[in-house]
Design a binder for this molecule. Structure first.
Ligand SMILES: CCCCCCCCCC(=O)SCCNC(=O)CCNC(=O)[C@H](O)C(C)(C)COP(=O)(O)OP(=O)(O)OC[C@H]1O[C@@H](n2cnc3c(N)ncnc32)[C@H](O)[C@@H]1OP(=O)(O)O
Length: 194
């Protein structure tokens, strides 16, 4: 069964999403937005190490390999970890819009169990934008990009100013990210247009 709450349905006056002219080309890897990110960062040994690739329009694909550290039931991925993979994939879409945004709502359907060792093939796209609200949807499939759907989610991201992170994040991490000599990485830590 599936169906999402009314707050995940775009209003009648919502617009189609517009891909930023400098968004990565279709097929290009997005790379990590922050090396300490649980979803995509290379410095998190038990993280998801999710790799996202730009698609056409405001869409992308990503892959997540389920490791033993991601178990809930024996041999199966934890549902919260799968929700994290969907959240990270959906959050990465904002880089194609060059909008800084955070998840306000994430509704997930868990359709099939996901075994340890399997690769979850994720596909996500922005469906509409209305003011600060970004509506998006994602699926995760097993066995290949055309395999059966194991998880899916609808989400609402809310555009924020960079102050959202500066005012609320722990100062040591904010300072370190702000002082990163790599300009693109520094910008991407907060998903800001460099
Ligand atoms: C930059 C790098 C990020 C990329 C990383 C990707 C990782 C994946 C993304 C994440 O996991 S982000 C981390 C998880 N999310 C958060 O920590 C967000 C915590 N929540 C907040 O900070 C605030 O609630 C939020 C910024 C989302 C909204 O607060 P605001 O004060 O800015 O907005 P406001 O409450 O006025 O809401 C603006 C509109 O959005 C609507 N809205 C806000 N939260 C909602 C919600 N949860 N459900 C439905 N609608 C919501 C709200 O009703 C309103 O609609 P209207 O304009 O029509 O009145």
């Amino acid at each position: 069964m599936s169906g999402s709450s009314s707050s995940l349905k775009p209003p009648a006056d919502a617009s189609a999403p517009v891909r930023h002219p400098e968004a990565p080309s279709p097929g290009e890897l997005l790379g990590a937005h922050y090396d300490q990110c649980f979803g995509c960062g290379g410095e998190q040994p038990h993280g998801l190490l999710l790799e996202a690739r730009a698609g056409e329009g405001v869409s992308l694909t990503a892959e997540f390999t389920v490791q033993p550290a991601h178990q809930g039931a024996p041999g199966l991925a934890h549902g919260g970890v799968l929700a994290s993979a969907l959240d990270e994939t959906l959050g990465s879409l904002n880089w194609l819009l060059r909008t800084i945004a955070v998840t306000g709502r994430l509704e997930t359907d868990f359709v099939r169990p996901v075994p340890v060792g399997s690769v979850l093939h994720l596909q996500a796209r922005v469906t509409a934008v209305a003011g600060r609200k970004i509506y998006s949807t994602a699926t995760g499939r097993l066995g290949g990009p055309d395999g059966p759907v194991a998880v899916r989610a609808d989400a609402l991201f809310i555009e924020v100013k960079v102050d959202h992170f500066v005012d609320n994040g722990r100062p040591e991490e904010i300072r370190a990210a702000m002082n990163d000599p790599d300009q693109v990485r520094r910008a991407r830590a907060f998903e800001v247009n460099p």
